[in-house]
Design a protein around this ligand. Sequence first.
Ligand code: GLN
Length: 203
Amino acid sequence: MNPTVGVLALQGGVAEHASLLEGLGARVVLVKRPEQLEGLDALVLPGGESTTIDRLTRIFGLRQPLIEAISAGLPTLGTCAGLILLARQVEDPAAGQQTLGLLDVTVRRNAFGSQVDSAETQLAWGASGADGAGQLTDAGGQVPVKAAFIRAPIVTQLGQNVTVLARHAGQVVGVQQGHLLGISFHPELTGDTTVHRALLDLI
Ligand code: GLN
């Protein structure tokens, strides 16, 4: 049966995730209200502006329902601002910025510089990314992913149960902790389906 995947639709790159997921055969629900979290098989927290998305989750009464649904095991992919939202800690939060605190990592916002430093590149994606410098190698389990970086965060500290799945310029930009995937980059902008298929595989 085709999975039902929610995309948090408060701000940011919602449409690109939705069309990529539909291309993979998913039924997409644009989540703006708590009751839309019911019946989902997976969830995407898109990129955008993490401070805005954080504020809107509280205004729309979604913060606690998101924490409950994701803690209960809903497979969830956070991209860029969505990774920041999932993280346990932000090194350099804006005043009053909160996160859902579910993925056991510390992130640093805008870590590759400003908007003009945005880049498109090819990464090695897979568990052995833990050892490499982000270069594609013959090491088992790694596949190439075309990634766009836009004012991207990096992961600066990893909890015990967190696996590194991708690096860029020596920095950790993709992680997994059980049913949670967090990436700094935007595969939905390059049309690369690898990471979204990894999310659907967690269902
Ligand atoms: N820099 C943004 C933030 O802090 C994230 C950028 C993005 O999602 N592309 O939220």
